[in-house]
Design a protein around this ligand. Sequence first.
Ligand code: FES
Length: 559
Amino acid sequence: MKNKRSSQWFQTPGYHGMARRAWLRAEGYPADVFDGKPIIGICNSWSELNNCNAHLREVAAAVKRGVLAAGGIPLEFPTISLGEMFMLPTTMMFRNLMAMDVEESIRANPMDAVVLLCGCDKTTPAQLMGAASADVPAIVVPGGPMLAGTFQGQRLGSGTDGRKLFDLYRTGKLNDEEWSEVEGCIARTSGHCTVMGTASTMTSLAEALGMTLPGSASIPAPDSRRLANAEMSGRAAVELIEKSLTPTRVMTRDAFENAITVLMALGGSTNAVVHLIAIAGRVGIRLTLDDFDRIARKTPCIANVKPSGKYLMEDLFHAGGVPAVMNRIAGLLHGDCVTVNGKTIGDNVATTVSQDDNVIRQLSPEGGIAILYGNLAPDGAVIKVTAASAELLKHRGRAYVFETRDQMMAEIDRDDLPVDKNSILVMRNCGPKGAPGFPEWGHIPMPKKLLEQGVTDMVRISDARMSGTSFGTVILHVAPESAVGGPLAIVQTGDAIELDVAARKLELAISPQEMQDRLSRFVPPKRQYDRGYGRLFLDHVTQAHLGCDFDFLMPEVSK
Ligand code: FES
């Protein structure tokens, strides 16, 4: 085996080499542990504060078996974990912090390759960003989706069905006892959310990028094959070293185009737009919103998985998983991209055909996400078309403006809220700097008075993100955000707004002069952090269309 990175730590002569070996032997290793064996870090985002990743120590044990079998030494280490359900104000505020933790933990420590254990939404992009910057050979092992719960005969898809059932509870169609029953069964096993939300999307895109073994993303967390996959990944991690398969060799521009294509084919989460731009930025590749729109227009959405479709991740697993999806759209992919098993992505998916054409079937001829521009979103906005209502994709309505999320929450159930089904709800101060942290507040709940009239969807616009499990005609990531003076800041209740998704347009129907006058009177909101990480975040986070990475972590900016 060629000269290894870890030899800088353990093969150095003199006191320091001895001391490092001695302190590793303190963990109970015999003297020959260092004899030419590669050291494989296992970067674990396990945490009891992150239920989706709470089984990852078991997954790590399986990875260790694989590393040992292949002749390596596994050393597991923790990083910050980002539990979507618990962290306030939002996990997105800490994605870059975790990416820095991952990057510096890899760079500072004696490892020749690293296995990245992830699952819950932000843990996958954070690990990919950090590993990309450290550029030590790396392989991703997702924790896998949880199994579906069943309520009154209906299989539940995490947030997607949870939100629908909550609307029934809000309007008195479910009682307290039934609501408690939902709570008991909607998240019944380990693993991340069961639908094509952000977690499933990002682990699937890690696979599409070539950063996992084929088929890794969709294996359910409690399935024995999850651990077998982890063991095989541990073996593969050792082989990565000989092949010098670093993240920058795997995550090329073509690999990112494959990931965008798979995102569209899966009807994946809008959050992936932000994350892919950020990950690509770490390897010096500038993805633009136009890349997403261009690829969306030629890629059919073929995964019949909630929230765009009907089934769940475990159904996609039984249908062949991401390889079967990629096999179906092979003609749209760059098949020659190398992956972490040393084979090309084309070879990896060549023989995996769909096992269930109900699950893998065309839902729409174009991809699930569209990019909108206009005087309301000069730097772009995002809509998940496949989760929207077809009749609202071309719509003109009057704005009703919420200054903040708190105001929206206080008013949304008012019986006298002055909106009807044609109104357009606008909410501002929810972007990267405004909220701050770019939270998933964009799925503004339907006003109770409209739900009671049987209206289940309306156009909603904000500079927030939306959970990948959400649905509706919801326009997100409006850039620039209102807090930095983007046009969303000057929309007034009663203004007409025009949405035309086919034409990719989002326009505020006021004159250019009126727009300029209002913008000239813009007063930025008060900064919410004067110290600590919050201040670092506010000073350096970039806008949504640039991936919300910190400017100093993006190589083309920091040069
Ligand atoms: Fe972790 Fe949904 S809460 S993936």
